[in-house]
Design a protein around this ligand. Sequence first.
Ligand code: ADP
Ligand code: NA
Length: 330
Amino acid sequence: AGLPRVFSGMQPTSDSLHLGNYLGALRQWVAVQEDHDAFYCVVDLHAITVEVAPDVLRQRTRRTAAQYLAAGVDPDRSTVFVQSHAPEHAQLAWVLGCITGFGEASRMTQFKDKSVRGGSDRSSVGLFTYPILQAADILLYGTHLVPVGEDQRQHLELTRDLAQRFNARFGETFVVPEPYILGSTAKIMDLQDPTAKMSKSAQSATGLVDLLDDPKVVAKRIRSAVTDTGREVRFDREEKPGVSNLLGILAALTGATPEAVAAGYEGKGYGDLKADVAEVVLAELAPFQQRFTELLADPAELDRVLAAGALRAREVASVTLARASDRVGF
Ligand code: ADP
Ligand code: NA
């Protein structure tokens, strides 16, 4: 109580999160929980905006939650829960959808990107209204701060607009959240195409470091990372995107600046850099994978954590929803 509230979530759209998710989000969540009242959600409602088999979704939801915990999110400190366990999300999303302009929703660029990629005729209305559900996720918890990457800025702006609009029309109800840009957040690029961000939806899996990959696979992917012409290890995202990405990963994991890391490679080559990156990444992943395995081996304990998280989430969400419903005239 009294601590600023934070909300964040990830979609359970793969069996393993990747190094970009870890360095750009998950590891930050662990740090943030120390001095914030954090709600970390597995957003499974969002995950059905694209077609997925029920068993696959169920498994990915559990695996995603287990990866939050394996990374160090502490369920005694933070509220860890699954979105569909709190029906308030879908209920508030309906209300917010009714104060969102059609044109306003149409301007969301991520929908445009994703629907074009999937073939626009096949994209669902759910994919279109996704940012409204995201607004509901955030507003239900009286969230002050939302850790966001650059790609999510526009959605948070919509959340703020909807909160302000609702408050103006129906009376003060929602906290208007602020973006929480974490200074040290690294943007991790694809190992094979270092001009694109590392992403689940990447063209080729060899550009990814999945957190749950076999150590041998991880080492091989890092060894095979695309580097740049020349031999000099230098931090320069424009001229040397591949080398700079590796330096960025090493910097993020060692707490140094990429420039300082680069300085240590005077007289050394790309091979030395890759060997060091592989070593540091594997050292970080070993305890993570160990904890993940333990968590999956005890399904009852994971269920208990998620049930407790849902209870706590609903305590907060139900109060906000009741207040909003009353304001609307329900
Ligand atoms: P993906 O693009 O792989 O589908 P998500 O969109 O589900 O990943 O992202 C989940 C979280 O991880 C978000 O907070 C996002 O900002 C962060 N994230 C995703 N990819 C990267 C990356 N390559 N570098 C840094 N952070 C990332
Ligand atoms: Na994304």
